[in-house]
Design a protein around this ligand. Structure first.
Ligand SMILES: [Fe+2]
Length: 383
């Protein structure tokens, strides 16, 4: 696929993700960490417009006020709608945003190979950025529908591939020096993966399979959420103040059995699927209870060729910090990753909502430890 074909393909995917929605579903923002689907569609378009299209003198800006509506966090670009106010903006309308997308797509698609050449890297970044938002769209749509009184189903066709097919084994990894980070061989990586460097790892054992719903239920039934000794101080405060006693999307049915809400609606809890929609705090408390621990991100990367991943993002015990030779990119795109390297934990792998081909073993995702609307799970190490 050449870059324009890839551009068209990725842009269409965002529209397809929104297709099962009703027009009213494009607007709600039930929590600050959720963005309305309409905002995702506008923001990803703004990214291409700001970093590529506006460099061409013959590009006619669709609507200059959209920069205020759809800038996310780029201080060097200008003011924007406050993050917690995105759901209160009924204008521009969904239809106007769809027209904005078509306007931008038409312009980018009409550029010749030589016109695009200086922007190849930014185009690739824009496509990877849109793919990240496609996954966020699915998280946000699920949370928006969950927050409706009638909790509707997004799509009965949606496949949630989290079944654990094999019996878990412990994989032994030898001590030694391991290479971490991008070697420069992959076509595209984010800045936070760059700078191959060595780390020394002691021998460790990591599990071939994720923790199942059944194992997590054992933790709950053994009083896991009531035992302060299992929790970090912050995690304990968080479950107490938010009255958390189960994973985000678990509910009891009329017969007192657990069911789980997903993009495919409510299903009875599958004990043999990987537990998901738990926070980092809950993952760490579970490991404490089970006598396990979370891997470091370096242990994860060094052993990742020995197990199958891609069901859920996998928590690590590593804080999200710059690699030794991390460099912030020039210009406003330098705000992409580096400024978030504080108070967040690294997750590795990818989930069933990650666009195909988007992730790789060096990929570093990151979340605040209290976040649990994302599709994350637990792959423990032995203590
Ligand atoms: Fe973004």
């Amino acid at each position: 696929m050449n870059s324009i074909e890839k551009f068209k393909h990725v842009r269409l995917k965002s529209i397809e993700i929104c297709r099962p929605l009703e027009i009213e579903d494009y607007l709600p923002q039930p929590s600050i960490f959720v963005s309305p689907p309409k905002w995702h569609l506008g923001h990803t378009t703004w990214f291409f417009e700001t970093f590529i299209a506006k460099n061409f003198s013959d590009y006619k800006e669709f609507n200059p006020s959209f920069a205020f509506s759809f800038n996310s966090y780029y201080e060097s670009i200008g003011d924007r709608v406050a993050r917690d106010q995105r759901g209160n903006q009924s204008r521009p309308t969904v239809n106007e945003v769809l027209k904005y997308r078509m306007h931008l797509d038409h312009f980018i698609s009409s550029l010749s190979g030589s016109e695009l050449l200086p922007f190849e890297e930014l185009l690739e970044l824009g496509l990877n950025h849109e793919e990240q938002h496609q996954e966020l769209l699915l998280y946000d749509i699920q949370f928006i529908l969950w927050n409706q009184a009638i909790q509707p189903t997004y799509s009965t066709e949606f496949k949630k591939a989290t079944q654990l097919l094999a019996k878990p084994k412990w994989l032994k990894i030898e001590e030694g020096l391991y290479d971490i980070g991008d070697e420069g061989l992959t076509a595209f990586v984010f800045d936070n993966e760059k700078g191959k460097h060595k780390v020394y790892l002691n021998a460790f054992e990591i599990r071939s399979e994720l923790i199942s719903n059944g194992e997590y239920l054992d933790f709950m039934e053994d009083g896991g959420y009531e035992n302060a000794r299992l929790w970090t101080a912050e995690g304990w405060d968080w479950i107490r103040s938010n009255k958390i006693t189960a994973p985000l999307y678990w509910l009891k049915n009329s017969e007192d059995r657990w069911k789980e809400f997903g993009l495919n609606g409510f299903q009875s809890l599958d004990l043999n699927s990987a537990v998901q929609n738990i926070s980092w705090y809950e993952a760490a408390a579970f490991c404490e209870w089970a006598g396990y621990r979370l891997p470091t991100e370096f242990e994860w990367e060094s052993s990742s060729s020995q197990f199958n991943w891609g069901k859920l993002w996998e928590y690590t015990i590593s804080a999200y910090l710059p690699y030794p030779r991390f460099k912030t990119d020039e210009g406003a795109v330098g705000e992409y990753n580096g400024k978030f390297m504080i108070n967040q934990m690294v997750s590795r792998g990818s989930s069933y909502a990650t666009p195909i081909g988007h992730s790789r073993k060096t990929y570093r995702n990151f979340f605040d430890p209290s976040m649990r609307w994302q599709f994350s799970g637990i792959r423990p190490c032995k203590r």
